[in-house]
Design a binder for this molecule. Sequence first.
Ligand code: ATP
Length: 215
Amino acid sequence: MTEFSAVDMACLRGQTLVFADLAFRLKAGEAMVLSGPNGSGKSSLLRVLAGLNAPFSGDVSWDGENVFEDRQAHADRLIYVGHLNAIKPPLTVRENLDFWAGMLGNRPAVADAMAAFDLTAIADAPGRVLSSGQGRRLNLARLCLDDRPLWLLDEPTVGLDVASCRRLEALIQGHRDKGGMVILSTHVGIDVPDPVTLDMARFSRTVDLLDGGVR
Ligand SMILES: Nc1ncnc2c1ncn2[C@@H]1O[C@H](COP(=O)(O)OP(=O)(O)OP(=O)(O)O)[C@@H](O)[C@H]1O
């Protein structure tokens, strides 16, 4: 069975050691919810798991293979939705998704992706006029553009109305039912059944390596 795991992981941002001794193991169909106070390292961890930042130490593995040995293979198995919306302001909703579909390689899925997040009625609106929640829905619609086993979602519910939250929960459940994995950070309740939980406060260090001090 597919497994995604980390051992002895530490993360450096600038000169600050953000967390250390972090470990987890996630199997196909499982979801992991990251909790912890502001600055405890949730976004930093998601960036490392997406292969965007290397860990300061430790291993991140997919089926026993270190993901940093073949970053492209890892990038091809995941969809990362960061906490900032990656939207091109002059492009319409449809054009933004066309762009992402080209990147992910599945152009025909754009109409389904818009329908999944109730974006069809605003398909021709340019990105620059979207409300924050509409922008969030557009960002999340990327999840429907390709069938990739690993979803990494940084505070996906921020700005979403109740109906959109329910849509996201259903999408996550459908993904898990097909054997997909999800790792998400959140400060608020999102209904993810039987989650693996990771409280970042347990691993948080915030040590300034140059000063040698602890904040
Ligand atoms: N680009 C950066 N350069 C240096 N330090 C950074 C950078 N990004 C984040 N940090 C620091 O890393 C620490 C962890 O930040 P991170 O964004 O991962 O926390 P978080 O748990 O996601 O916070 P929040 O709940 O506020 O979103 C913080 O002390 C932050 O100041």
